[in-house]
Design a protein around this ligand. Structure first.
Ligand code: NAG
Ligand code: NAG
Ligand code: NAG
Ligand code: NAG
Ligand code: NAG
Ligand code: NAG
Ligand code: NAG
Ligand code: NAG
Ligand code: NAG
Ligand code: NAG
Ligand code: NAG
Ligand code: NAG
Length: 629
């Protein structure tokens, strides 16, 4: 008992001692590309779990998987006046997490740097990280099928299920916790920690298209890379060779609103349905329509207490879809015609086209302003989304001559057009300027009650600049095999000027010595708007018993509440006026910050640093060309 209490106090005070960002730094000094890059490279190394650590109550220690880059689960604690204490809680109180996702993005950024000639990859460290990532493959699938989960799996009674070690241990501990300790968490603005034992069911995540698809993209880059040694390539391909098997799964679990034969695939999360109702109801219902979903599971084949979709109904998320396209584009650009014919059948082509059109709708309708919380259900940062799309645009534009079929060219052209128009307008329109004329971006972390602590400024600036550069440049490889970025000759002056002034901010000596936190990623239940209180036409318990969705109390663990098929416009607008789960529908996005609701999100300075390194590498390669001219 005593040990557990020590542990709680330790968690409560976790890393307050890391508060080194209060040290004085000189604002006005600028660094060279190389100096800033080296700074970041050092900082990134500090974020790597260089050895395995087991979870221990005493002396307190969290589980860390060797080879992974760190991320922490933080809480969006807030009070009425957004006082400094809550800034400290958001910034410094976190539970370290070992997921494959963050490491995947870091390795991908390191590959960018190697290609652009700014680093030499440490092969031993890279191999350790790949070893760690490969352990996240879904072991319920036949060997070689690259279906991945966010967390490592444990085995019980014939099934492999997700087991986030640190979260599970904290949840177990809460069961024994005296109320005074729980009250500390509540006072700190982290009430969800105090009930962690009651929400532990939400940790039983199925494998997902997001983790799986970014793994495919990374792996294909590794296979093609002259900077990665053969033993790493051999390992990757051994675990991931059955790409066709993976796309069979994505087809099977995709959302098909007009397929009346199976209620599991024509039913959608009521939040996603709400955000995309206008789009879905404009479709020609005589055509097959299908979209990549997030979870590689359906309501029908969940395994209680082991593999469960949070809320029991699948959804789609435009950021996840963008990553799914990124994986598929790597496959399509790197396979021979007979492989393509096998994998890219009529059904996957339709799924690909329909999913792309869903993203285009999101960009062109500026859904990032009206409902970022639902359109990007797992990615609170809209700059994540724009960059995820932009890197598809960059990949396709840079390999346009290699595109193997007309449909992919159509997709390339339309993504390119949207990002260069509405996407760019959004990014340029969201800039802020400091007193020296440098441009930066910020999102929402720490902004409330007319105060901002600029918690996500560095991250947002890095991501928005990566999105602009990936949209407007292509990669060209020179005779020495070195990659350079080249601007599209049509790039408007306001885009190049914005990038240049943004880079000035990134090259400030203290740009990365303030907050490097971000809300790179989150669960789907967060803002008031994401609590599933929307119209539904599927309303039963998992055991089959129906309930009245207007009056019943919401129970995410036992209810299946979703929207089957597509509801016509008049009927849906009537439904929006009714009460669901005894609540009035809140149609307008009320923001991510609230003194009334706090929720967990993943922050990873390692992402800020590695994406910063990738950004500097891209930009200096453009500058070098201009100097040669
Ligand atoms: C800050 O940096 C600028 C430019 O390098 C320099 O002129 C100035 O003296 C520095 N100020 C301090 C307090 O170090
Ligand atoms: C918030 O600020 C107002 C005005 O400064 C003050 O009256 C109030 O006590 C503060 N509330 C809290 C909880 O700090
Ligand atoms: C183990 O699995 C079998 C078959 O899948 C099932 O019938 C049984 O209830 C499970 N036992 C436990 C303890 O979960
Ligand atoms: C419906 O489709 C899903 C996904 O393909 C599948 O898992 C499930 O078993 C199907 N349900 C029925 C009743 O056929
Ligand atoms: C819907 O598709 C059918 C079948 O091809 C076609 O005949 C019809 O014109 C389409 N309707 C609209 C509104 O596009
Ligand atoms: C719709 O999908 C079904 C099953 O995949 C297929 O048999 C049918 O031909 C498709 N219809 C159209 C219009 O593409
Ligand atoms: C969806 O895909 C089908 C092919 O399966 C295509 O006929 C249809 O036009 C697509 N619709 C949209 C909106 O992308
Ligand atoms: C651009 O920003 C202005 C002011 O912030 C806003 O009123 C306008 O709607 C924005 N336009 C777009 C296309 O985002
Ligand atoms: C924020 O500023 C607005 C406008 O100046 C004011 O009405 C509001 O009360 C302020 N809110 C807080 C929490 O201080
Ligand atoms: C940027 O320049 C383009 C072309 O000159 C113009 O159409 C666009 O409105 C400008 N965008 C912003 C946000 O200033
Ligand atoms: C189904 O589950 C609900 C909620 O857990 C419960 O109230 C109901 O009695 C159950 N029905 C049956 C038939 O077991
Ligand atoms: C439904 O909401 C009303 C008012 O919002 C409240 O008075 C009532 O107790 C609620 N009913 C249930 C079953 O929670």
């Amino acid at each position: 008992m005593k040990q557990i209490q020590y542990f709680c106090i330790f968690v409560a005070l976790l890393s307050l001692c890391n508060a080194s960002s209060f040290l004085f730094t000189n604002n006005s000094q600028s660094l060279s590309y190389e100096q800033q890059f080296n700074e970041l490279s050092k900082k990134l190394e500090g974020q790597r779990y260089s050895q395995q650590k087991d979870f221990k109550y005493f002396p307190p220690q969290f589980f860390e998987k060797k080879g992974l880059y760190s991320s922490g689960i933080h809480g969006n604690a807030m009070n009425v006046n957004n006082t400094f204490f809550y800034h400290l809680v958001r910034e410094y109180v976190g539970c370290p997490d070992s997921n494959m996702f963050v490491t995947n993005f870091v390795l991908s950024a390191l590959l960018d740097c190697a290609e652009l000639g700014t680093i030499e990859i440490d092969q031993d460290m890279f191999e350790e990280s790949i070893d760690a990532i490969l352990e996240f493959r879904d072991k319920n699938q036949q060997e070689g099928i690259p279906s991945y989960s966010f967390w490592l799996q444990n085995y019980k009674n014939g099934t492999w299920y997700s087991y986030p070690e640190n979260l599970q241990k904290v949840a177990q501990m809460i069961t024994f916790m005296p109320d005074w300790v729980k009250n500390i968490f509540i006072k700190m603005g982290l009430p969800f920690v105090a009930i962690a034992d009651k929400i532990a069911d939400a940790f039983h995540l199925p494998p997902d298209t997001d983790d799986s698809s970014v793994n495919i993209a990374l792996g294909i880059r590794i296979m093609n890379s002259p900077f990665i040694r053969q033993s790493i390539k051999d390992k990757w391909i051994k675990s991931n060779h059955n790409v066709q098997g993976y796309y069979q799964l994505l087809k099977k679990y995709s959302y098909k609103p007009f397929d009346t034969s199976n209620s599991s695939v024509n039913t959608l999360d009521s939040r996603t349905y709400f955000a995309f109702h206008n789009y879905l109801s404009s479709l020609n219902q005589t055509y097959n329509f299908s979209v990549f979903t997030t979870w590689i599971r359906s309501t029908d084949d969940q395994i209680p207490q082991m593999i469960e979709i949070p809320g029991n109904v699948n959804n789609f998320d435009c950021s996840v879809i963008s990553n799914t396209l990124f994986g598929l584009h790597h496959v399509l650009l790197n396979s021979n015609q007979s492989e393509i014919n096998q994998i890219f059948d009529k059904e996957l082509q339709g799924l690909y086209l329909n999913s792309t059109n869903t993203i285009l709708y999101a960009i062109n309708s500026y859904i990032s302003k009206t409902h970022p919380d639902i359109a990007f259900l797992y990615y609170p940062s809209v700059y994540d989304f724009y960059w995820f799309v932009a890197r598809n645009v960059h990949l396709l534009n840079s390999n346009y001559d290699k595109i193997p079929n007309q449909l992919i060219k159509v997709v390339a052209d339309s993504l390119n057009k949207s990002m260069k128009n509405q996407g760019t307008i959004y990014l340029l329109n969201s800039t802020l300027e400091d007193k020296n004329g440098n441009i930066y971006w910020q999102e929402f972390l720490g902004i409330y009650a007319n105060k901002t602590y600029k918690e996500d400024v560095t991250f947002s600036t890095v991501m928005a600049l990566n999105a602009l550069i990936d949209t407007w440049t292509i990669s060209k490889t020179d005779e020495q095999g070195k990659v350079k970025r080249i601007f599209d000759s049509q790039t408007p002056q306001n885009v190049t000027a914005t990038i240049q002034k943004g880079m000035q901010a990134i090259l400030k000596k203290n740009a990365f010595s303030k907050s490097n936190q971000n809300a790179f990623f989150s669960g789907s239940f967060k803002s008031l708007n994401t609590l599933s209180i929307y119209p539904v036409n599927v309303n039963h318990y998992l055991n089959g018993t129906e309930f009245d969705p207007h009056t019943e109390v919401l129970d995410l663990f036992h209810q299946v509440a979703g929207v089957r098929g597509v509801i016509n416009k008049e009927e849906y607008s009537e439904m929006l006026k009714q009460k669901w789960f005894n609540q009035t529908v809140i149609q307008y996005f009320v923001g991510y910050n609230s003194q009334y609701i706090s929720y967990p999100y993943w922050s990873s300075p390692a992402i800020t640093f590695s994406m910063g390194m990738s950004l500097i590498s891209k930009y200096q390669s453009i500058e070098n060309i201009q100097q040669q001219d």
